[in-house]
Design a protein around this ligand. Structure first.
Ligand code: FMN
Length: 187
């Protein structure tokens, strides 16, 4: 795998003093904007906060408790929204795929710039929609935290440090990639 992919992980122990420059944040958002998009509709919209500004604080305010314990140390938070068209299954489903692709590209661009990107579903979507007056034809799907991993481990609360030290696992490839029929390993 490319090192950007192999070395990516969802960290929580961020450096609460690290900031992100305008051009770095713009590059990450551009990576999302240029993700593949079903039907060239490009339904993804983003609400962007930097630590210390009102947008960031409002996003933190929507977070579930678990995320509120670490995500406020991010340098930036990006709320990713996509089309909300429950009566049009194609637009609705592939709008979510588009959002996932945008997230993925943003995470890798963050990684390339020395930041960590950590997606979150643990936030109150209705509260986010209200806080940012998101129109009904869009839905908030995920928040991406972008932060610098703390180099001083002692500056990270022990509970967060322990979560970051948990081993990362996945199913083996022959359990997820099939050929011929479902369940038969592809090679
Ligand atoms: C759609 C989505 C929602 C997620 N929501 C959260 C979340 O609310 N809080 C959190 O700490 N991590 C969240 N994660 C991160 C996952 O927990 C993480 O990707 C998974 O444990 C695998 O770890 P890795 O990214 O380090 O490989 C989410 C990931 C995805 C893709």
């Amino acid at each position: 795998m490319h090192p950007l992919i192999a070395e990516r992980w969802s960290a929580r122990g961020y450096d609460a003093t690290a900031t992100i420059a305008d051009d770095e944040l713009a590059a990450i958002l551009e990576a999302g904007r240029w993700a593949p998009t079903w039907g060239a509709i490009a339904p993804v919209r983003m609400i962007v906060g930097r630590r210390g500004d009102a947008t960031f604080e409002a996003l933190v305010g929507t977070m579930r408790r678990g995320n509120r314990s670490w995500a406020p140390a991010a340098a930036a938070l990006v709320l990713v929204c996509t089309t909300n068209e429950p009566d049009d299954a194609m637009k609705h489903d592939y709008g979510a795929v588009d959002a996932g692709l945008a997230l993925s590209q943003m995470i890798l661009q963050a990684e390339a710039l020395g930041f960590n990107g950590h997606p979150m579903a643990g936030f109150d979507k209705a509260a986010a929609a209200e806080a940012f007056t998101i129109p009904a034809q869009f839905r908030p799907l995920a928040v991406l935290a972008v932060g610098r991993i703390a180099t001083d481990a002692d500056a990270v609360p022990a509970e967060i440090r322990e979560r970051d030290q948990q081993p990362r696992t996945r199913q083996p490839l022959d359990r997820v990639a099939f050929a011929g029929r479902w369940g038969d390993p592809f090679q």
